[in-house]
Design a protein around this ligand. Structure first.
Ligand SMILES: [Zn+2]
Length: 67
């Protein structure tokens, strides 16, 4: 469970990013190469108390591999 960095409340996790007007999501990619290695789709957690949004990746193995 993620804690809000601002108010320490429990955050609600697992939200997807959507581009308004379309069903495309967004992807995070390692940007050093022409064909960027995709690190996965970022997810968002929202604090129900103060509205803080936290962006995170679920698959941390991919991040460690890219480093
Ligand atoms: Zn908060």
């Amino acid at each position: 469970m993620r804690k809000c960095l601002r108010c320490q409340s429990d955050m609600i996790e697992g939200f997807d990013f959507k581009i308004e007007g379309a069903s495309y999501g967004i992807t995070l990619a390692e940007n050093k190469k022409i064909f960027a290695k995709r690190l996965g789709k970022p997810k968002a957690a929202v604090c129900p108390n103060c509205g803080e949004i936290s962006i995170y990746l679920e698959n941390t193995k991919q991040i460690k591999k890219a480093l």
